[in-house]
Design a protein around this ligand. Structure first.
Ligand code: TMP
Length: 204
């Protein structure tokens, strides 16, 4: 495939505010005249929405590898049906979570082998990696407050799990400094957006 559009991913722990920042960044791109597609992982397609429902709301234990393969199954469909066609048409794709979430949650927090995750991801995602990835970083305590009382299956995990996710994202940012940019998401949302824009402007 010939990728013409930009692929940007928005990552962070639950409660980091990344989805709000994705919407603000989308408005910024649209104002500049870009043709923007906003999507999310998991759940970016009709089939993926059904997988997302299982992942976030299944009542009972999901085996760790079952969880991993459900995220990857969602991604396989998402890549083929939505992300690659949009990039081929030259659209800017903004995606709420992608492979770094799999590495942070299933790798760092659940303890699965990260190299193995990467190999499987390369198969389902046809080796597509983002041009830029933002990690919206916030303490586990602030994130917990932002999530509130109604929690899904992953949000209901213990604080130690969420701390492992957070440090996983920070480790990934150290490993891939050219691609992954960490933003202090404990700041006011407009300042977080400003910091995001600054990085985007430099990139563009
Ligand atoms: P969100 O889209 O509302 O952030 O919820 C998705 C949840 O799924 C979130 O808790 C992070 C988790 N997740 C993984 O555990 N692995 C993955 O590969 C992805 C994409 C998300």
């Amino acid at each position: 495939m010939i990728k013409k559009g930009l692929f940007i991913t928005f990552e962070g722990a639950d409660g980091s505010g990344k989805s709000t920042q994705l919407k603000m960044a989308a408005d910024y791109f649209k104002a500049k005249g870009f043709d923007v597609v906003c999507t999310r992982d998991p759940g970016g397609t009709a089939l993926g929405s059904k997988i997302r429902e299982i992942l976030l709301h299944h009542d009972g234990k999901i085996a760790t590898y079952c969880e991993l393969f459900l995220y990857l199954a969602d991604r396989a469909q998402h890549i083929e049906e939505k992300i690659l066609p949009a990039l081929e048409e030259g659209k800017t794709v903004l995606c709420d979570r992608y492979v770094d979430s799999t590495l942070a949650y299933q790798g760092y927090a659940r303890g699965l082998d990260k190299e193995q995750i990467m190999k499987l991801n390369d198969i389902v995602a046809k080796s597509l990696m983002p041009d830029i990835t933002f990690v919206f970083d916030v303490s586990t305590e602030i994130a917990e407050k932002r999530i509130g009382k109604t929690k899904d299956r992953l949000e209901s995990e213990a604080a130690d799990f969420h701390r492992a996710v957070r440090s996983g994202f920070l480790n990934l940012a150290q490993e891939y400094p050219d691609r992954i940019k960490v933003i202090d998401a404990s700041q006011d949302i407009n300042k977080v957006h400003y910091d995001t824009k600054e990085i985007l402007d430099n990139y563009l």
